[in-house]
Design a protein around this ligand. Structure first.
Ligand code: HPA
Ligand code: ZN
Length: 346
């Protein structure tokens, strides 16, 4: 492992910004900024419940995950055409590249949109086209993870998987998102087994608001390779030891956790403790348009609140590449770039 020199506090934001990193936990629908939302509403003749961008932004105050999901769902009503999905994902990739994200594994769902009368093809083709453009324009590698909505039935998850299969080569994996409490991972045992047989990479949200038992069943029943959030693992020492020993990555989203009141303040976030316990944690933005920041704001605010430094910055960026589903040759290229960024920083 590279020897990391300490960096003065006032220079840390620059280092956090310029280090290359991967983003592994963001929902593309949660990247839709109010400005683009209003533009798409106008383009598609969809009426908005808010008069303007400012009043919409003012509504982004949440008590918990469900509170957020309700507003988030309303925002997706402006998405009507393949071009809308392209524009949304292209805007995210441009913004992520500015934060020196060099690789992104992007969550999306089809169930929200098929529920609004759109086809699975419109969603996946628009997003995939943006991923291809993102590579050409910004040099960012990007791939797509189809999330099942856990408040719906397993039968409906199966339907969304089957509808996506003709576009299989545009997808990297499947995940599990939406209302966690009352919808344990094991509800989706069979659809994850089927996705696994089809060669999809597997992830699931677990232990965001829900108990450590949900993290165990995501691992043992769904056989996921990463846990999204996972911060409730701290309440189960056996689980903590297991995550560390097996090097199961957690995709942590600090500003999301703050905005959804998983922690009362960023200074009380357990990311630092997780890292000290040897867990492969990463920092991500989750829904950047709703939670007050893209990935670098997650880094800088969390580092300031927890007093983290250059060593943790390197570790988190490195973890993001170790935890990603890229092939080893690209992984080594990105880690070499990361090492070079740290070696030349002064
Ligand atoms: N948790 C669960 N589902 C979600 C989230 C989240 O943080 N963001 C978008 N869908
Ligand atoms: Zn999420």
């Amino acid at each position: 492992m590279l020897k990391i020199k300490p960096v003065a506090l006032d220079r840390l934001p620059k280092l956090l910004r310029l280090m290359p990193k991967a983003e592994l936990h963001m929902h593309i629908e949660g990247s839709l900024e109010p400005e683009l939302m209003f533009a798409l509403a106008q383009r598609n003749g969809v009426s908005m419940a808010y008069a303007d961008v400012e009043s919409l932004r003012r509504a982004y105050v949440f008590d918990n995950l469900q509170d957020f999901l309700d507003i988030y769902h309303a925002g997706t009503l402006v998405l009507r055409t393949e071009q809308d999905f392209y524009d949304m994902a292209h805007a995210y990739l441009a913004r992520a590249a500015a934060d020196n994200v060099v690789h992104a594994e992007i969550f999306f769902d089809t169930q929200t949109h098929t529920g609004h009368g759109l086809s699975t093809e419109v969603v996946i083709n628009g997003l995939h086209r943006a991923c291809v453009a993102g590579e050409a324009e910004f040099g960012i590698s990007a791939s797509l993870i189809l999330c099942f909505l856990r408040h719906l039935s397993e039968k409906e998850a199966f339907e969304s998987l089957e509808q996506a299969l003709p576009l299989r080569d545009k997808l990297l994996g499947v995940g599990l998102a939406s209302s966690e409490k009352g919808h344990p991972p094991e509800k989706f045992a069979r659809v994850f087994a089927r996705a696994r047989d089809l060669g999809f990479r597997l992830v699931a949200h677990a232990g965001e608001e829900g108990p450590p038992a949900y993290i165990w069943s995501a691992l043992d029943v769904l056989k996921v390779e990463r846990i999204d959030h996972g911060v409730q693992a701290i309440n189960d020492p056996t689980l903590m030891a297991h995550l560390a020993k097996e090097r199961i990555p957690l995709t942590v989203c600090p500003l999301s956790n703050l905005k959804l009141r998983v922690f009362p303040a960023l200074a009380e976030h357990n990311l630092g403790r997780m890292m000290e316990a040897g867990i492969v944690a990463t920092i991500n933005s989750d829904d950047p348009a709703y939670f007050g920041g893209h990935i670098n704001q997650n880094f800088t605010q969390t580092f300031a609140a927890l007093g983290l430094g250059a060593q943790q910055a390197y570790q988190l960026a490195r973890n993001s590449f170790e935890a990603s589903f890229i092939d080893d040759s690209l992984r080594h290229q990105y880690i070499d770039r990361l090492n070079a960024a740290f070696e030349t920083f002064d």
